[in-house]
Design a protein. Structure first.
Length: 293
């Protein structure tokens, strides 16, 4: 993947960050725009090189292997700490490190979020029950490279509300991914997600967002799951980030419990999330943690 220079449309937003169209900005300066250097200087975004992408993919392959095995475990009667134990042991066995463990004080190796828990659920003694929905969010560090993904699963027989929110959340991620292409913006992603989720009578959480990832757990850019078309940073090849919309069946407002991690819906409504790590390519996008939506 080349980062030295790229062809920029005359009417595209100039990558220098001025907010002007390219034809009215750096094009007139008759200089070659070094996208990699400019994105690092302007936005602190590290555009990934081929060897780094290869490393993230390898971490992503491990992640998906563990997540697939977790899916087979999900059933009524399973303790959430059993999920944590399994993820932790499988990660260590593969020679990797579970990124969530001790991250800013988080006490476990995986996030397990049930029903009205939006994100950052701490595994413990809670038992999964028939009709629950449960999100499992995994981030391994393999050979120094991070991959980040999650799915929301049905426990036993889903309820009507459970089916709706899980399907809307999955489709919200899909709509966001389909927007990715060089020249699109982060605002285009947010708009696609928000427009779809709200058209289904659901709401989009504002407080928690997607993020750059790969050589660190959380990098730039921040990826909103709401927004306006054309707003935000222009996407260029080599950007790697997560899209992870948290969609509520009810209102978007939330609060964090006394453990300072577990975020829940204010109205007690169900919340679901799907997440993948995405790469902007020369022609569009590639998921580095691919699974069917």
């Amino acid at each position: 993947m080349k980062h030295k220079s790229v062809k920029i449309g005359q009417n595209s937003t100039c990558p220098c960050g001025s907010g002007k169209k390219y034809k009215n900005c750096c094009r007139n300066k008759k200089i070659e725009v070094s996208i990699k250097k400019e994105y690092k200087r302007r936005y602190d975004i590290h555009l990934k090189e081929p060897h780094e992408i290869k490393g993230i993919k390898k971490s992503g392959k491990l992640l998906l292997s563990i997540l697939d095995q977790v899916e087979k475990m999900i059933e009524p009667g399973l303790k959430t700490d059993d999920i944590n134990t399994f993820v932790h042991e499988e990660t260590i066995k593969a020679g990797a490190i579970p990124a969530p463990l001790h991250y800013r004080g988080f006490p476990k190796s995986v996030c397990v979020s049930i029903n009205d828990v939006i994100c950052h659920g701490i595994p413990g003694d809670r038992i999964l029950k028939n009709g629950d929905i449960v999100n499992v969010d995994i981030t391994p560090i393999l050979d120094g490279y991070y991959a980040d993904a999650s799915k929301t699963f049905f426990v036993g027989t889903p309820t009507k509300d459970g089916e709706k929110i899980v399907n809307v959340a999955a489709q919200s991620l899909k709509r966001g991914i389909e927007v990715i292409a060089p020249g699109a913006t982060l605002g285009d992603i947010g708009f696609a997600i928000q427009n779809y989720a709200e058209s289904q009578g659901c709401s989009v959480v504002r407080e928690f967002i997607g993020h750059g990832v790969g050589i660190d757990f959380h990098e730039q850019p921040q990826v909103m799951h709401f927004g306006k078309r054309g707003d935000g940073i222009t996407l260029v090849p080599g950007m790697v980030f997560t899209i992870e919309p948290m969609i509520n069946l009810g209102k978007k407002e939330l609060h964090v419990l006394e453990d300072r991690w577990t975020a829940v819906t204010n109205d007690g409504s169900l919340s679901a999330q799907f997440e993948q790590t995405l790469l902007v390519t020369e022609k569009g996008w590639e998921s580095l943690t691919p699974y069917e939506l």
